[in-house]
Design a protein around this ligand. Structure first.
Ligand SMILES: Nc1ncnc2c1ncn2[C@@H]1O[C@H](COP(=O)(O)OP(=O)(O)O)[C@@H](O)[C@H]1O
Ligand SMILES: [Mg+2]
Length: 235
């Protein structure tokens, strides 16, 4: 194992320390996440579970450098996100973090393959490289025959698999998913969870899935509970 791989495994690829997010100020302020410590190691999939409004999406957004903590720090692959300006944070996200959200969020007038390949532009991939990798990922995710279809011609489960391919295009070390099975039936949901878990485990990525879904929890290496913005790790 290389030094970097070993370090990612031991010290963690994503590290939140004392992470707090307060929305607004004064009496109307909401503390969405309070003093969260969380480490995600390479090859580890965490299920983040908690009731609606408990701070799951806020925490995921801070881990993914989409949102700046009010207090505390987040490190992604040894980079202190708080030390970066907006442009550098955008670059960090494009190169190192794959996101999958509740809705696939595909561009309606681009084919599945184009939807996946397009994100390569932001990470500086040559167009033909991005397209080749997009085709390969769609193939691996069981969508070879769907590459040329527009999103409207795909089922919900297929669209979410395209979103996974898009999240993996640049081979990011971190994969974050926010309720990715919320709009899917049991079978499609299970398939999506297995694909995400596989991407984390075989790709040695740090993974976190926000979910209410017990099937997701079953695939996870660790379950972290959140209530009223506070984390509790169960053994
Ligand atoms: N942009 C925002 N402005 C103000 N309050 C917010 C904002 N986003 C979320 N909240 C509040 O923060 C709390 C946590 O929200 P969220 O992280 O979305 O929870 P979850 O994903 O677990 O449903 C909730 O009380 C929510 O109303
Ligand atoms: Mg949420």
């Amino acid at each position: 194992m290389s030094d970097q791989a070993e370090h990612r495994r031991d010290a963690g690829l994503v590290r939140a320390e004392g992470c707090t997010k307060v929305y607004g100020d004064g009496p109307a302020s909401v503390t969405a996440v309070a003093d969260a410590d969380l480490t995600i190691r390479a090859g580890e999939l965490i299920a983040l579970v908690g009731p609606s409004g408990s701070g799951k999406s806020t925490l995921l957004s801070m881990l993914g450098a989409l949102l700046t903590p009010t207090q505390g720090s987040v490190r992604v692959d040894d980079v202190d996100v708080g030390s970066l300006d907006e442009r550098a944070r955008t670059e960090l996200r494009a190169q190192r973090i794959g996101f999958v959200f509740q809705a696939a969020g595909l561009v309606p007038f681009l084919t599945a393959e184009e939807n996946v390949a397009t994100v390569g532009t932001f990470a500086g991939l040559a167009r033909h490289v991005a397209r080749g990798r997009a085709r390969q990922l769609l193939d691996e995710l069981g969508l070879a025959g769907r590459a040329g279809h527009l999103p409207e011609a795909l089922s919900g489960g297929e669209r979410q698999r395209v979103a996974i391919a898009r999240a993996l295009l640049v081979d990011p070390p971190v994969l974050l998913a926010d309720e990715p099975t919320a709009h899917l039936d049991a079978d499609r949901g299970q398939q999506v969870v297995e694909l995400l878990a596989d991407a984390v485990h075989t790709g040695d990525r740090a993974g976190l899935i926000v979910t209410h879904d017990s099937r997701v929890a079953a695939e996870a290496d660790r379950i972290v509970h959140i209530a009223d913005g506070r984390l509790r790790t169960m053994a």
